[in-house]
Design a protein around this ligand. Structure first.
Ligand code: OAD
Length: 270
């Protein structure tokens, strides 16, 4: 065993000892709900439970490339609500930044498209945006990049942007169902094998291949789940630690046990 027990205290002891110096963090929509962005699958509040107004054949169609080609309106209606710039990173985002500042962050794998990790100050070369993001946009036919200022204006005005070259549909480079994941994901997919700690936060681990990442860690690598519910079989390994409940509360408890709470709160308040 690597930890002296499957408790938060044992985990903090391990982190303070300096043995956790290559931490991989894996995140999903649950780390941004306290910023005001709904997650996907929470029963009452999740996006997929609240899309009736968009008249979709099924909820995930809003992020399906074949459906988007036929009817881009529902996606753009949603983009109007979710477009980055209106939301502030949570203390959970700042916790990832703190790990980076301490030189402990090997890589952050995120499924989120809200760019809040970047806004919290996590460096570009530390982030793998597995499902893309709103950071760039291009034409789905000729792949020409499209200017950010223009898409912003169109989304604000509830208009659908069209390519200047071929009049094709423009789409933020979010990975839709039916599209390839970015090459950087596949290039870094086996990185968790090098980690000495794996922290999974705010994800239901239901979408592959992302959901397989925690399973890429070595047998002796402790895995921590900071989430409202148990997911992905984490908790069954001999060095798995479960911190169940709200993730902002979970990271604060962990930071406190490590003696980092003041630093974390100061970083978040900036
Ligand atoms: P989900 O909505 O599937 O899962 C969010 C998880 O976070 C659930 O387990 C919630 O219980 C938990 N959660 C919510 N709020 C929380 C909080 N404040 N504290 C702790 N836990 C909380 O979101 P993802 O796992 O990110 O893909 O979904 C994966 C992918 O499915 C997304 O990237 C998106 C979606 O379809 C694409 O659109 C391609």
């Amino acid at each position: 065993r690597t930890l002296s027990g499957r408790t938060l205290e044992a985990l903090a002891e391990y982190m303070k000892s300096g043995k956790a110096s290559k931490i991989v963090v894996m995140t999903g929509a649950g780390i941004s709900t306290s910023a005001g962005i709904p997650d996907f699958r929470s029963p009452e509040t999740g996006l997929y439970a609240n899309l009736a107004r968009l008249n979709l054949p099924y909820a995930e169609a809003v992020f399906d490339i074949a459906y988007f080609r036929e009817n881009p309106e529902p996606f753009y209606a949603l983009a109007h609500e979710l477009y980055p710039g209106k939301f502030r990173p949570t203390i959970t985002h700042s916790f990832i930044r703190l790990l980076q500042d301490k030189g402990l962050l090997l890589k952050l794998f995120t499924q989120n498209i809200d760019c809040l990790e970047r806004e919290a100050g996590v460096d570009d070369d530390k982030i793998i945006e597995a499902h893309g993001s709103f950071a760039r946009q291009s034409c789905i036919d000729c792949n020409q990049p499209y200017p950010e200022e223009e898409i912003k204006r169109h989304i604000e005005n509830k208009e659908i942007p069209r390519c200047h070259h071929c009049k094709g549909l423009v789409k933020p480079e979010i990975v839709f169902f039916g599209e390839k994941m970015p090459a950087t994901f596949f290039q870094n997919q086996s990185l968790p094998m090098q980690a000495d700690l794996c922290i999974v936060m705010g994800t239901s681990l239901t979408v592959q291949p992302f959901a397989s990442l925690p399973g890429m860690t070595r047998e002796q690598t402790p895995r921590v789940l900071i989430n409202k519910e148990r997911v992905g079989g984490i908790g069954s390994g001999s060095d798995d630690v479960l911190i169940l409940g709200d993730c902002d509360e979970g990271v604060k408890r962990l930071a406190e046990a490590c003696g980092w709470l003041e630093e974390l709160e100061a970083l978040w308040a900036k």
